[in-house]
Design a protein around this ligand. Structure first.
Ligand SMILES: [Zn+2]
Length: 360
């Protein structure tokens, strides 16, 4: 099944590092946490699939790959890999501060606003946390300012995002009011405050028609994976089911089957396998097959979650195209689906479902 020509909407990704990288610098970005390495499925995939984009033979040795990468320079390498994804729209989570996809690709770039990032900035700008703690009026003002700042940023964005999974876990309390007394720190970790913040995001998202992206599943080393199980969101999903909000479960591995169940149970929930696909490498079609066991076909979106290395954006696309093509070939051979229906499914997953969910 030919998936190559289909344009992609990458509904969740980040910018790339604007610098040349040595081997430790490159390998650090080749993993979630400090243990990235070429000795992994994603490392094999870089050597197999990215090397030809840099005019090298497939499976070239890591050092040769990095020598060629340095020869071309980060800008040329990034432009080649990002353009080779076939992505026409990039929805960028600007929470990391690197946002250079527009200049490198020429594609359309839209912003995803990260709730915690905006809230922490407002808190940092409103004086020392200790002073706020003593003054309940000042504290109330800060909460009002956070909501106002989110509304302001949301006007120009295509979606919102929360990383509450990293901060207190996905079983955050569902509360309407901010806490009466809390010491707001520069890094939000208070469960009650975060529960309120996600609630504000959900309300703004429902009002403005902006989907709320939620980090679930694996991630950096500071994550407690058991708290990132999307099933912990069940009460939140029940509470938002009738509000008009669309919830996007991001990444999901190793809970992709559970996430698929949630999209099946709640019509306002969507999911993707961003971040997952580059890391599972040649197993992409297996993970896609497990996800498609239950996910309604309109509820699965493409994303790369590429961050730092343009190799990750490229592999997100390349492995997704390879894996989906392979899976659909099997389905056609087994008479599960017709060729025409398979083509429609590819287009829906590549960009159609994103167009509908983000109303673009
Ligand atoms: Zn991300």
């Amino acid at each position: 099944m030919l998936t190559d020509g289909v344009p992609l909407t990458d509904h969740h990704c980040h910018g790339v590092v604007a610098a040349d990288l040595d081997r430790p610098g490159f390998e650090e970005l080749l993993g979630e946490g400090p243990r990235g390495s070429f000795d992994s499925s994603v490392g094999l995939a870089v050597r197999r699939w990215c090397a030809p984009i840099l005019d090298l033979p497939p499976h070239v040795a890591p050092d040769e790959y990095l020598t060629r990468r340095a020869e071309l320079g980060w800008r040329e390498v990034s432009a080649r890999l990002l353009r080779a994804t076939g992505t026409t729209r990039w929805f960028v989570d600007s929470g990391y501060g690197t946002d250079n996809l527009a200049e490198l690709t020429g594609g359309t770039v839209r912003e995803i606003v990260r709730l915690e990032h905006v809230a922490e900035r407002v808190i940092a700008e409103s004086g020392t946390p200790a002073t706020l703690f003593d003054d309940i009026d000042a504290l109330t003002t800060v909460f009002d300012q956070i909501e106002a700042a989110l509304r302001d940023r949301a006007r120009y964005a295509v979606g919102l995002k929360t990383i509450v999974a990293y901060r207190c876990g996905l079983d955050f309390p569902l509360v309407d009011a901010p806490p009466a007394a809390v010491l707001p720190s520069r890094r939000l970790t208070d469960k009650h405050l975060l529960g309120w913040l996600v609630g504000v995001g959900a309300r703004i998202g429902a009002e403005l028609g902006l989907p709320l992206q939620v980090h679930t599943g694996f991630g950096d080393a500071d994550l407690r994976l058991q708290r990132a199980d999307p099933l912990l969101l069940t009460d939140f999903l029940r509470a938002t089911a009738q509000t008009g909000l669309t919830v996007m479960l991001l990444h999901c591995w190793p809970f992709h089957r559970k996430a698929a169940y949630l999209t099946h149970a709640f019509p306002h929930v969507r999911m993707d396998l961003g971040l997952t696909i580059p890391y599972v490498g040649h197993r992409t079609s297996a993970v896609l097959a497990e996800t498609l066991e239950l996910v309604p076909f309109r509820s699965l979106l493409y994303s790369s979650d590429g961050y730092g290395l343009p190799e990750l954006h490229y592999l997100g696309a390349r492995l997704w195209r390879n894996g989906l093509g392979k899976l659909l070939d099997e389905w056609i051979a087994e008479d599960v689906i017709t060729g025409a229906d398979a083509e429609q499914l590819i287009t829906a997953l590549a960009n159609g479902n994103a167009e509908r969910a983000y109303q673009i």
